[in-house]
Unconditional design. Structure first.
Length: 415
């Protein structure tokens, strides 16, 4: 959750001027460490999108690629109704349709936090994708995605695999691990992901959108001796901290004057990417959060014309703006927002699912689980998916209880 890094953002902004250059790509700092306050001075500027930058040259030779159906999924999720038992789960029973709990290691680890969610169907199998960022002593590992089989008829139903995200810029002076050539960890917050025509679009807090081709998954060496290694060594061996697979960034698009990007999702019509800005309602009360819609062409490139800006209202906050935006979904002239940190609680949670109609004076709000993050709409089933993030002793309220799960609701109850 971006709110937890706010003090670091403000301190860093006070110490140095923040520029949006290509150095954003190679930075070894997590992007959320940059000041969200920087957006205030650019609020009047026009939002724009730079042309697509192809970064795939580093994987053009010497690598073999796999697609999602070829991935060995080595972990077992928990189905049934167990997901309703996590801390702060408050969805009315009649609105629930499906849910998943991670295995014990993943729902309790303090080294990784889940953030974004999306999904797709390939060869008749339904998949969910979840993005995570590394923290504490594992922070150098950057970010990862998880591929989950959610097809009940599949032989690998509810199995999943973590895949490390990588990029071409090699950090200098790494500590804690051995960095070789060719690729390196992607040290970003991974706050949201969208799927569009075989590619993943990752919201990158102060950059814009990073792109990954799901048909270019790479298998690398594993084993205890690879735990502290990343990259391609002089003998051609591939390492990724004992992860079996990596997914390389193939390009990016910089978006100007619309950061911080806390989330991203494709609209129901499949014509736009929508991003949201996370600002808390207390420390950032003077800032007006917005959501932005960027037209996308058939190749998945964001267009620099026809950009839509929406400023949702939310009367739970004293300034009547929708703070704490963790997820967005857009259909027609309505935006659904997963918002956290409201001044009031509802059945053990200070999160809300807020539905905003363009031009309205307020949102319509629904109960939403504590620690809720991004949104993903599975149109074939009319499911709205989301996920919660906290391990035990991590959130402000959950204490020693697990908060972490994935869940889907009947979207028709929220339209």
């Amino acid at each position: 959750m971006i709110q937890r890094k706010l003090f670091g953002w403000m301190l860093l902004f006070a110490l140095t001027s923040i520029g949006c250059t290509n150095n954003d790509i190679a930075s070894t700092l997590k992007e959320e460490n940059l000041s969200s306050k920087a957006a205030v001075n650019r609020a009047a500027a026009d939002v724009s999108v730079n042309a697509y930058t192809d970064t795939s040259a580093y994987i053009n030779s010497g690598f073999s690629f796999l697609n999602p159906s070829q991935i060995d999924k080595n972990r077992q999720a928990i189905g049934g109704s167990a997901y309703t038992e996590v801390y702060g789960f408050n969805i009315p029973e009649e609105n629930r349709v499906r849910g998943i709990r991670w295995n014990t290691d993943d729902e309790t680890t303090s080294l990784w936090r889940p953030q974004g969610i999306s999904g797709f169907t390939k060869d008749g199998v339904r998949y969910l994708l979840v993005s995570w960022y590394a923290k504490d002593e594992a922070e150098f590992k950057g970010s990862r995605i998880t591929l989950i089989d959610i097809s009940p008829s599949s032989s690998t139903y509810l199995t999943y695999r973590h895949i490390l995200l990588v990029q071409p810029d090699i950090p200098a002076g790494t500590t804690g691990y051995s960095q070789y050539g060719s690729y390196a960890p992607l040290n970003v917050h991974a706050g949201g992901i969208a799927y569009f025509k075989g590619k993943i679009y990752l919201s990158s807090t102060n950059l814009g959108v990073r792109v990954f081709d799901l048909n270019k998954i790479i298998e690398v060496s594993t084993g205890d001796t690879t735990n502290d290694k990343c990259g391609k060594d002089s003998n051609g061996n591939l390492f990724a901290f004992n992860y079996r697979y990596i997914l390389p960034q193939t390009g990016y698009q910089k978006i100007n004057n619309a950061n911080p990007f806390s989330t991203i999702q494709v609209n129901d019509e499949g014509t736009q990417f929508w991003t949201g800005q996370y600002y808390s309602g207390s420390a950032d009360a003077s800032i007006v959060p917005k959501v932005f819609g960027f037209p996308v062409d058939t190749n998945g490139r964001l267009q620099n014309t026809g950009i839509v800006t929406v400023t949702p209202k939310n009367s739970l906050f004293t300034d009547n703006h929708a703070h704490g935006i963790q997820g967005v979904f857009r259909k027609g002239n309505r935006t659904w927002l997963s918002c956290t940190g409201s001044p009031s609680n509802s059945y053990g949670s200070n999160a809300r699912l807020a539905r905003y109609t363009d031009g309205a004076d307020d949102t319509v709000r629904f109960r939403w689980p504590y620690g809720a993050e991004s949104l993903y709409y599975e149109s074939q089933y009319n499911y709205l998916w989301s996920l919660t993030e906290y391990e035990p002793n991590a959130g402000a309220q959950n204490g020693s209880q697990v908060n972490r799960c994935i869940f889907a609701v009947d979207f028709s109850k929220y339209e």
